[in-house]
Design a protein around this ligand. Structure first.
Ligand SMILES: [Zn+2]
Length: 370
């Protein structure tokens, strides 16, 4: 059995940059379809931002790093709000996004969809200014043929009301008309147990459908399979965030299969929050979902708060379930299929995946493991 650390070190071959002409040699093409911007800021970035902005961080600021275990969603929210304390202005969003994307590059991510939450932007900063700075960081980080990022605008349960949700969709459509297509879809996140009702978002999702925007929604992470059913019934999603409680209902599993809706699975996040009472990787229904012919794609959710990354997810799968490295590469290919990237970018991503497969996987020591 490979240890997580050893495996992670071995897998950490990413993109080799060959020069200023941006020619690259891809050795990995990891696809991360579920993660939240603010929670991707590396601790070193948060600390230096606090210093720059003269913010004193709480003494117990990094206590969560001891175990990355949260006894409740409220504990998790508390750590999240401490983490974003140093963010003071729009420029900080640029710095934070740039640092997060650099880390993604280092671990061989070739495409990610990052959730951007206008209602989470810190007080005193205009969310559209923050968006402009995040966009600047994404555009500067993009590497032709090797590294791409798109955004998903997420509403927050209990925070984003019906009117605002609709106005955000209208705004995205307006940006698309102006030629800015960085935001590829919408999402609902937040505390599902406290705010289980998705009906405030029906109008916004209908408007998104009309505008051909893609749709995902966090459901069935903390609540039972009925939450997944509700999401499918009310919001007609292209993907579901988490959705792991579906494993408890054969009807819900059938609904996911029939509608070809993949689940964005984030294993470490579920363990850290004991979602569905899952407290270990091995107890996670990831493999059962695959066996039930439900499509899964991967995400890291909140990297800094969970000590997760797409690499950690990959290692957790490899170490705990009877899947080969080739199977995991297959999941990344599926992730491209179900990504919200426009068709021409998808075609590019498939090419990148092929290139990484032939240059990375085929030469990989993992081949002897099969
Ligand atoms: Zn999430």
């Amino acid at each position: 059995m490979w240890g997580l650390t050893k495996l992670a070190a071995m897998l950490a071959t990413g993109i080799s940059f060959l020069g200023p002409n941006q020619q690259t040699r891809l050795e990995a093409c990891r696809v991360n379809l579920h993660c939240h911007l603010e929670a991707l800021l590396p601790p070193v970035t948060i600390t230096s931002m606090a210093k720059k902005n003269n913010i004193t961080l709480p003494e117990d600021m990094w206590k969560f790093q001891q175990t990355f275990f949260y006894p409740s969603f409220e504990h998790f929210a508390d750590a999240y709000f401490k983490m974003i304390l140093p963010i003071q202005n729009a420029q900080d969003y640029y710095d934070g996004a740039l640092a997060a994307l650099k880390r993604f590059k280092e671990i061989g991510t070739c495409y990610s969809e990052i959730k951007f939450c206008p209602d989470c932007i810190v007080k005193g900063v205009d969310w559209q200014d923050a968006y402009a700075e995040i966009k600047r960081a994404i555009e500067e980080s993009e590497v032709e043929g090797a590294f791409y990022t798109r955004l998903i605008l997420t509403f927050v349960r209990g925070l984003t009301n019906e009117t605002n949700a609709v106005s955000y969709v209208d705004w995205i459509v307006e940006q698309h008309q102006k030629g800015d297509k960085l935001i590829v879809g919408i999402d609902v996140s937040g505390n599902e147990a406290q705010f289980p009702d998705l009906s405030p978002y029906v109008a916004a999702y209908a408007a998104a459908s009309k505008a051909s925007l893609k749709k995902t929604v966090h459901a069935g992470e903390l609540q039972g399979p009925e939450a997944v059913d509700q999401a499918i019934r009310l919001l007609d999603p292209d993907r579901i965030g988490h959705g792991i409680s579906a494993i408890n209902s054969s009807e819900t599993l059938e609904r996911l299969r029939k509608n070809n809706i993949p689940l964005e699975v984030n294993i470490k996040s579920n363990v850290c929050l004991s979602a569905q009472n899952i407290t270990s990787y091995i107890a996670h229904p990831f493999y059962e979902l695959l066996q039930a012919n439900v499509t899964v794609v991967l995400g890291s959710d909140d990297d800094t708060l969970f000590g997760s990354s797409i690499l950690v997810e990959e290692a957790a799968i490899f170490d705990n379930f009877p899947l080969t490295q080739k199977d995991i590469w297959g999941i990344y290919n599926t992730s491209i299929t179900h990504s919200f990237a426009p068709e021409e970018l998808k075609a590019r991503l498939y090419q990148m995946w092929e290139q990484a497969y032939s240059q990375g996987y085929k030469r990989s020591k993992f081949r002897t493991q099969e």
